[in-house]
Design a protein around this ligand. Sequence first.
Ligand SMILES: [Fe+2]
Ligand SMILES: [Fe+2]
Length: 392
Amino acid sequence: MTTGAWNEINILVGGIVMKDLSQDSKKSIDRRSFVKKSLTAAGAVTMGAAVLSHGSAAFAEEHPEEGSGSLDRGDAAILRFLAAAEILETDLWQQYNELGGIQDSEVPGGSGNSIYTAAIAVLDADMAQYIHDNTEDEMSHEVFINAYLASKGADTVNLDQFRTLPSSQATGAQQIGRLTNLMQLSVDTTWWTRYRSFSKNPDFGDTLPQAVPSLAVGQHPAIPRNDDDLTPHKHIQAIANTAGFHFGTIEQGGTSLYPQLAQRVTNAEVLRIVLSIGPTEAMHFQTWADKAGNAPPLTDPKDPSLIFPNLNAPPFGGQLFQTNLIMPEPTIFLSRSLPKCSIVRPTATRGAAMGAVKFLAASGLFIGQSPAFFEMMRDLAEDADSAQRGAH
Ligand SMILES: [Fe+2]
Ligand SMILES: [Fe+2]
């Protein structure tokens, strides 16, 4: 795995806890005691990256395998990782829906924020509907994968103990504990140029430029943190623009994650699940890739370092930035000696689950989460990345 692919891998995923942990006190204690030891060894407990990067041998010894029921062991691990990713996706999309989507019986919670909703609608008049529908899809992914695992007698994933992060204080948000943080994001927008490039592919170690360079550094809210964020107009528009690009960042991650993990699935029915959910992530991504191009160029008056450039004018513009170039450009795939091909990118499978966790952690999505959360995510990702096709 190249450094480039590692850094560029996308995805969504968050913390996790096996459902049966709450019913299995010995296992739960084992996990907690290990977390303590590993954190001491790591020497730094506040950064997720530190927790994610320490060695794994002792961890494997102290963490007995979760139950797979009648499923192939690797397949169950892949599905559990995907369930975790979907739980995290649901959590973040629900926060968007409460403030900027449509709150109804399909996607309950929150009461909407008219100013934020109007700012998002600048990108497309139907944004509230799209946010609602994306949220509903994630909920269905999460519930289905866990239900399928349970139907095969396998352990499922429940992250409820990590719902500890604060909600937005802005009008319209529910006041409940969250898994994800949408208020301190560093949004990677390299997907914008990655899918427009006709010569580069992160699977070959290539890196690509940001569409919105200032969004990738520092910490930026994608939802109003409180009602002070609703004014002035350009400030809430900057927050809506941030959301508009973050939608694409999240969904391009899912678009890569499913094909990455599918390559190591063993059972045909599990493969069918992965191959049937994955393309819906691509449908989401395609929509958001189109809408992000409608984000109005502006500078955030409350954070002048945050600039949304005109992507159709120099020094932007052209093949890599032009906003109507929303279809994937054919690029190199598998071998430079083969013809260029229009494909999802990246799709290399090695280390894909851990790459997803690292990508999300680096985005700030988990700022404020406990070391135990990162430890659990790391455990799930390691198990998924250990899965091998045809190995039982
Ligand atoms: Fe999903
Ligand atoms: Fe998704």
